[in-house]
Design a protein around this ligand. Structure first.
Ligand code: PBG
Ligand code: ZN
Length: 331
């Protein structure tokens, strides 16, 4: 029916109508909280570009994990920040069974057995050059030489009791290689959460500050995706599903909602979107300046990701939004 017979405003006229007809709702169950684990004891290093997010030693990470669990958030995603002096060309502290992440997994599991622990699988936090794989003689990342190291890392995490491994390196063939190594080592029930559509994004800047993982030379354009592409994302996701990925990640989230939506519609597999460091920092910075209502923009940004079709949202806001949702009907 045409105006004036039909009026859209009828169903928006008060909060009760709006609440009754809301199409999407945020729930604490939607979120995954990323955490950065470093060496030492009692360490809680703040990073200027990511207010409220810290490099935590294992004892502090256990406390933080307990808080995350009490808030009802189902999962954390762990990143390792080893001492600079331990890093080498091949990223070996990353697949040391006694390395920072296996130790953190065991310590958190002991205190929070029901909290899901996801762990990022990539070499960039552990290599002296900061690239996501080992370098070949031409200075490029050597795809095939990197695969066994990533698999070794995944097995070390699985042996420590991780609930899922999340390869973020963007090497070709890593999902299949990791799946086989996990299965051969008795870990057929450990899911692979693949960063299948991971773009070469400038929104990762603050993450590289907190993870000390900025490449010392060059960039990641030879392995991460070009921001102009979406058909390529579909092909990446299709390949990872064929190789055995259980959950697909699209990353970043806010500037790639078309990709989230296309992936979810095309494949109908569990899809996570990663609201990355730069997305978080922009909202925080504008909020701190009094230029935006930080809480309202946080909520709106997360709702947009959910509306695009994400089943899960990895976000540095996880604790804040969970606190906000406590006692509300979820919007
Ligand atoms: C490592 C990795 C990165 C992020 C997650 N895993 C950085 C990168 O690829 O340079 C970025 C996450 C964020 O910005 O919050 N491969
Ligand atoms: Zn990496």
């Amino acid at each position: 029916m045409e105006f004036p017979g039909y009026r859209h405003r009828r169903l928006r006229q008060n909060e009760t109508w709006r609440r009754a007809l809301r199409e999407h709702r945020l729930s604490t169950d939607d979120f995954v909280f990323p955490m950065f684990v470093t060496e030492g004891k009692g360490v809680r290093n703040s990073i200027e570009s990511m207010p409220g997010i810290y490099q935590l030693s294992i004892d502090q990470a256990v406390e933080e994990a307990r808080e995350v669990e009490e808030l009802g958030i189902p999962a954390v995603l762990l990143f390792g920040v080893p001492e600079e002096s331990k890093k080498d060309e091949k990223g070996s502290p990353g697949y040391d069974p006694e390395g920072i992440i296996p130790q953190a997994i065991r310590a958190i599991k002991e205190v929070c057995p029901d909290l899901l622990i996801w762990a990022d699988v990539c070499l960039c936090e552990y290599t002296s050059h900061g690239h996501c794989g080992v370098l070949g003689t031409n200075g490029d990342v050597d795809n095939d030489a990197t695969l066994p190291l990533l698999s070794e890392m995944a097995v070390a995490y699985a042996d420590a009791g991780v609930d899922a491994v999340a390869p973020s390196d963007m090497m070709d063939g890593r999902v299949g290689t990791i799946r086989k190594m996990l299965d051969d080592n008795g870990h057929s029930l450990v899911p692979i959460i693949s960063y299948a559509a991971k773009y070469c994004s400038s929104y990762y800047g603050p993450f590289r500050d907190i993870a000390n993982s900025c490449p010392s030379a060059g960039d990641r354009k030879g392995y991460q995706m070009d921001p102009s592409n979406i058909d390529e994302a579909v092909r990446e996701v299709a390949q990872d599903i064929t190789e055995g990925a259980d959950i697909i990640i699209v990353k970043p989230a806010g500037s790639y909602l078309d990709v989230v939506s296309r992936v979810k519609e095309n494949f109908g597999v569990p899809t996570a979107a990663y609201q990355v460091s730069g997305e978080y920092s922009m909202i925080k910075a504008a909020g701190q300046n009094g230029w935006l209502d930080q809480e309202a923009v946080m909520t709106e940004s997360l709702l947009a990701i959910k509306r695009a079709g994400a089943d899960l949202i990895i976000t540095y806001f996880a604790k804040e939004i969970a606190r906000k949702l406590q006692g509300s009907s979820g919007n």
